[in-house]
Design a protein around this ligand. Sequence first.
Ligand code: KIV
Ligand code: ZN
Length: 515
Amino acid sequence: MSDSSIKIFDTTLRDGEQSPGASMTTDEKIKIARQLERLGVDIIEAGFAAASPGDFDAVSQIASLVEKSTVCSLSRAVERDIKAAGEAVAKAKLRRIHTFIATSPIHMEYKLGMSPDEVIRRAADAVAYAKTFVDDVEFSCEDATRSELPFLKEIMDAVIQAGAKTINLPDTVGYTTPGEYGKLVKELSEFTKGRAIISVHCHNDLGLATANSLSAAINGARQIECTINGLGERAGNASLEEIVMALKTRSDAYGGIDTRINTREIYPTSRLVATTCGIEPQPNKAIVGKNAFSHESGIHQDGILKYRETYEIMKAEDIGWDKNRLTLGKLSGSHAFADKLKELGIELDKEDFNKAFKRFKALADKKKEIYDDDIRMIVSDETTETPQVYELVKLQISDCSEGVPSAAATIRFEGKEMTDAAIGDGTIDAIFKVIDRISGYNGKLNDYKVEAVSEGKDALAKVVVKVVFDEGKPAVMGHGLSIDTMLASAKAYVASLNSYLLMKDRLKNVKCDHI
Ligand code: KIV
Ligand code: ZN
């Protein structure tokens, strides 16, 4: 790695998944991992293998499939976790174990109940044990920004001695400031010079995660940990797209530090993560928010028409967002569809291609103009293989203008079709109730969102629901896509039920206190 390049360590699948309501199935994680590889991230933190059998399986499947990025699993500094991490990444071409323990006085005393000497011993033992599985070991000093500098130096010496190649200094609670963090990173990168790479990992509690990460970069950090769309615990992690585009756009201010990221894959990755987790970036989110490249003010529009750079510092195309580009229509055949997928960087096997093409033709019959975002959505919808335990066959709703809202549905379960009807306070309520009646589950709706995928009155509706099927357990997300909003709602609800059934085992362990 040249002195001017910095590694991008993506933790969307681990810290990102710790966002409330962002649980993903293994199949969804695999899809995101493949896209992260296309994006060019150096390291993919694929999960926390010891958390549950489902997490282990996701990490190990990703390890078998990803070739160009290093695949990493998180583990506490305990043997059981490290063993699970080592076994889960074993099949990866490039593999890493990331182990951590808290180093701040407040965490050591109240959370761990350990003395500083015990923490150093545990950290060094953990790294040495991790080295028996992989050569590439990263060690994190959790809550580094509230730790004492001499203690950080002591523990860093010990873990380097034990074989750690990367040392991460997380701002676990989002407490630091750019000036303070820059100073810490400068001092510790000089301290470790040539012995280990300094990594940074910032949380956004004070809205400073990107600024803190960039300050660390100009002060000697050579790895930045971040997530797509800034997903993550509480207020989230530093956002990958903001860091990468800041380094690129203001290369002059950041000393020419560069990354391996293919920026044209940023927008497709952001879309994939948003639709998979059902968490849309706020409209004014930098780089990937809906309004990030929209100019409302007449003065701005006039300026842009005269000379683009008057108000634009980046182009939407640079992040792979060819806005509102009309794509295909009713007469487009399979060749045009295949060309479009290639252009969007989507690779499908024959079976998935045929499914997606069939869906595209059905959509093109109803919708005049089809955009890139429509294509991305239908491909994602058709190729996500959450097993259809329950499958919606038919939906019929009452005339909304009269009487009590009602819905009738036919659902297939274990090869048998079951039909029932229900009334509700509104049509959506009636739809969800009839699905509950047929399945025997009683979901509590936590969140319901509907959004148009592209433009026009005939736009595809994307409905995202979050439903709790088990009191006290996290809500499970489901999404449905259709030109008809009611049908999309029913599909979303059934999808959340199917995901719940698939993740039931994982959710049992969710109340873990690992981080
Ligand atoms: O925020 C944090 O401290 C973490 C560590 C486990 C790296 O996520
Ligand atoms: Zn974190």
